[in-house]
Ligand binder design. Structure first.
Ligand code: ZN
Length: 281
């Protein structure tokens, strides 16, 4: 047996790897428990440029707020009010929306000086920083990751540390992240045989999203960190994948979009999962 199979899955923590794909920017692994994770070959922090935050945050504030209007009542079922640490806060929209619901003493962390400066300019009630050390031993009622877990390379160390140092006893972990079903993975792998490798890479969202879960694999990932899911919902993602993959002619672009966007959206309609988890007692 090759050494590869002896490696441990970075999601579920088990020795269950079954497939490895090598891309220009990442090595991507699939495990028997349907976890998908990528080990980057590049410095992923460099991907989060001002341009990135303009395209995925600033232009989507209304769509994000609409998404938060479902996430916040979901959170309030478990936490009426309190403090939230939003990890991967982008331009701070989630915390700004929580402030309106009287959540106070919140902190947002992100890698980008640009996005943090926007967040700071909009909020007078929450604090923002690019530096994890800023958190020290401050305790929060909830730690949230709104579409950020998938992007954080050292999520395993980080999550352990945050739970230990920054979450109150019986505190809440709120996660929203892509939900990738097995039909989608099967499709991506079939496409990988027939079309150029970059299609497979794009269907696995490399190099931006390093961890792709479904209900089962995120349950195993959280269990590894001593967390148990209390409740979850799945729904279609609010933002559509942009169709700028091909700069070729019109017919070629249509075909590319069909294989890369239309079919996946039919196979994996509810492609986002939102969940509340707590430490097991
Ligand atoms: Zn796994």
């Amino acid at each position: 047996m090759s050494d590869f199979y002896k490696e441990v899955c970075m999601c579920c923590g088990q020795q269950t790897l079954k497939k490895r794909f090598s891309f220009k920017t990442t090595d991507t692994y699939i495990c028997k428990n349907s976890c998908i994770f990528s080990v980057p070959k590049i410095n992923t922090n460099k991907l989060y440029t001002p341009e990135y935050f303009k395209n995925y945050y600033e232009e989507l504030v209304n769509e994000q707020t609409k998404m938060h209007q479902k996430v916040i009542p979901f959170l309030k079922k478990y936490l009426k009010t309190g403090s939230v640490l939003d990890y991967g806060c982008g331009i701070g929209t989630f915390l700004l929306n929580l402030e309106k619901e009287s959540f106070k003493n919140n902190v947002g962390i992100d890698v980008s000086e640009y996005s943090i400066s926007i967040a700071e300019s909009k909020s007078s009630m929450s604090n923002f920083s690019t530096n994890r050390d800023f958190l020290e031993t401050k305790k929060f009622d909830c730690i949230s990751f709104i579409d950020s877990v998938a992007h954080i390379e050292d999520i395993n160390n980080l999550l352990s540390k945050l739970i230990k140092d920054n979450l109150i006893e019986n505190g809440i972990v709120l996660i929203r992240t892509p939900n990738i079903n097995s039909l989608y993975v099967w499709y991506a792998r079939v496409i990988g045989y027939f079309l150029p490798k970059r299609f497979l890479g794009s269907l696995f969202f490399v190099p931006n999203r390093l961890f792709l879960f479904n209900k089962k694999s995120i349950e195993l990932f959280l269990e590894k960190h001593g967390l148990m899911i209390e409740e979850y919902y799945i729904e279609p993602e609010y933002k559509k994948i942009s169709s700028n993959f091909s700069n070729g002619n019109y017919i070629k672009s249509m075909l590319v979009d069909f294989f890369r966007i239309t079919i996946p959206s039919i196979l994996n309609k509810n492609n986002s999962i939102t969940l509340i988890a707590r430490l097991k007692k």
